[in-house]
Each structure stands twice: as C-alpha cells, then as structure tokens.
Design a protein around this ligand. Sequence first.
Ligand code: FNR
Length: 395
Amino acid sequence: MGEQAHAERDWAAFQYEIYLNGMTGAVPRMPADLTRLEELAAHRLGPGPVGYVAGSAGSGRTERANRSALDRWQIVPRMLRDVRRRDLSADVLGSRLPAPLALAPIGVQSIMHPDAEPAAARAAAAHGVPFVLSSASSTPMEEVAAACGDGVRWFQLYWPKDREVTLSFLRRARAAGYSALFVTLDTWLLSWRPRDLDQAYLPFLRGVGTANYFTDPAFQAGLAKPVHEDLDAAVLHFVQMFTDPGKTWDDLAFLREHWEGPIVLKGVLHPDDARRAADAGMDGVVVSNHGGRQVNGAIGAADALPGVVDAAGDRLAVLFDSGVRTGDDVFKALALGARAVLLGRPYVYGLGLDGQAGVEHVIRALLAEFDLTLALSGYTAPGELTRDALVRADR
Ligand code: FNR
C-alpha cells in the first residue's frame, strides 16, 4: 500500500466495521478496552511468559508511576471546530507515517506465540506502522525484514561489548532495510525483577531471544564449536558480550561513524541527557523508562517528557513510551510534545492472544480510539496538539 493511501486512512471507521460485523452475530475475539489485555493474557498463557512480559523492576512502583503520570493529565475538549476531515499522518525519522505510532522493540516474542516477531511485523506493516526489532528477538533480523515486506522497520541495538559483533549487526540491519537505529541506554545490566526471579525464568539462558547473535558470523567466530553442537558455550559467549556497562557519551562517535541513517537514543529521562544526545550528533531520543522494568523508583516517563521536549527544541525528534495503553494516552503524549509514541506490552499481549490478528486488532483499536479522541476534543491532526489541550488533575 502506498504512502498516500496510508495518509488517508479512516482509523475511526474500525468501530463501524465491528458494529456491521455484529449484524451477522459476530463479536470481536479481542476486547475494545485494551487495558483488559494483560488480565486476558494472564488467564490464557503460561506463568513464565506472562510474568516476563507483565513484570517490572522491584516492587513495580515505576510501572505504576508511568500510569499515574499519564492519568494526572486531563484533556479539555474544544467544541464547534469542524473535525470531519482528519489526517493522522506524521513525519518521523525520515519516513512519512500514516499515524504517529510504532511498535516498541520487545525481545523474545516466541515465548508469547510461535509465530513470534514475523507475525507482529506483518501486522505492523499491514497498517503502515513501523516495527522496531529488538536485538534480543527470537527470529533473525533478516527473516523479520522479509515479513515486513516494504513496511518501515527500525533496528534496536543492545550495544554489545564486542566491536566486531556490533559492526556486523549494523551491516546486517542496513542490508535488511532497517532505516533507523534505536540504541537502548537503560539496560546495561538486567534489573532486579522479582516475577522472573521467583520463577527462575530467563529465556536467554535456554538460547531463546538470541537468534541475531547465534546467526551472526562475527559472533560465531568467537565459538570453538557451532552453536548447535555446544549451546551452553554459545549462551555463555552471549551473556559475556550482550551489553557493556562501561560505555560513555564519547563512545557514540563510533556508532555515528558506522551508521548513516538516523540514530535514536532510547531511555532518556533527563533534559541534560537530551542536550548531550543532540551534541553527540544523534537524531532523536525515546523518553522511556523501559516500562518500569529497569530502575524501580524512577520518574514516570510522562513526567519526564515535557522537560526533555523543551531541552531537545528542534534539534531532536522526541519519541515516547512507557505506559501507553489507550488512544487518549497517545493524545496526551503528543500534546506534551512527543513526535510519535511506541506501543509496548499491549501489542505483545495481542500477539499472545491471537497471533498476527491479535496485533492488528490492538493497532487498529488504539488508533481508532486516538482518532476519535482527537476529533471529539476538537482537533484534526497530531501537529495541532499542544500542552494547551491538557490540564493537570492535581494542580
Ligand atoms: C521490553 N523493552 C525492550 N526495549 C528494548 O529496547 N529492547 C528490548 O529487547 C526490549 N524488550 C522488552 C521485553 C518486554 C517483555 C517488555 C515488556 C519490554 C522495552 C520496550 O521497548 C518499551 O520501552 C516498554 O515496553 C514500554 O513500556 P510499556 O508501555 O510496555 O509498559
């Protein structure tokens, strides 16, 4: 589907499709209220996978802070402003998108559904939504790229300790058509995650979520035997190189030198870090606390967003994730200055519940609700949203 067709999508029409299907007695397999997905997934999927996806760092305080930070903002709808024609399209990192939304990088999707990342990527591409592929995917990046077809795809880098593996990942990602690089800064170490610890559940140690590494020539060069002959040695090699807590701002020059497209730093929460990102020649940041999965007690992501937006000015594209569940959350993030939002856990629950169709439902429901919220609040395009559209509930 061409870009023009995407731009003209009538997202809100999804509700009439559902009502019309209902004339033949059909009701959707998936809920319209996306906040119900976690509970449904918990009933249907195994405790290990559900704990891994739903779980957070520590007591879950920051995951809750993500929600309360968004909930503290309230939309003040405006009336009588002709909202018949709406255009949700947005320019993000060199691509014209039909809506200001991408799917967040989420690793090891095979634990939720056997069709894993390719199913989620096909769902994203079907609706013109970029798919951000995790370094820790359970499917090699080339296979996921094939599933995307001509859909926009971005690659998330867990920056390995090993320089050759890093370079090889960048080469492979570029060759497979990933047009932007998302470098995750908040996961140099795995945080204290009680739900996983209580079940002693970490898929990587079984060689799940390691597909990009195990298929990589530079990674394989460091092994005495092929991966299939000595899985334990391959896993150990992976664990030793997976990340590098010694990295500093100066190291970004290396990535800038070896990646021609946009580079986005994921996990920025402090305005000064946004300034440093711009000074280092980066193109964007994602305001994110990894869904509350890394620093328990960290600031709710939406509370950090306005400060980063102000610091970024027009030097960086500011994207947002952590806590986005519904169309009004998308509205609020954009009104606070985000160029686009990344959707995380909800689409993975959709994948777990109904494969590709489940992810498509989640994308369409979220964007239909966003489109309706936009219209009913008196706006016709994301670019019209400013902080004036919101008030603080606790002011
Ligand atoms: C993640 N996230 C993540 N981020 C990243 O850069 N690389 C990754 O491999 C993963 N893997 C991952 C797995 C799971 C199960 C979750 C839930 C999250 C973080 C993700 O990109 C995003 O920042 C969060 O999901 C946002 O929080 P919410 O909105 O999903 O709560």
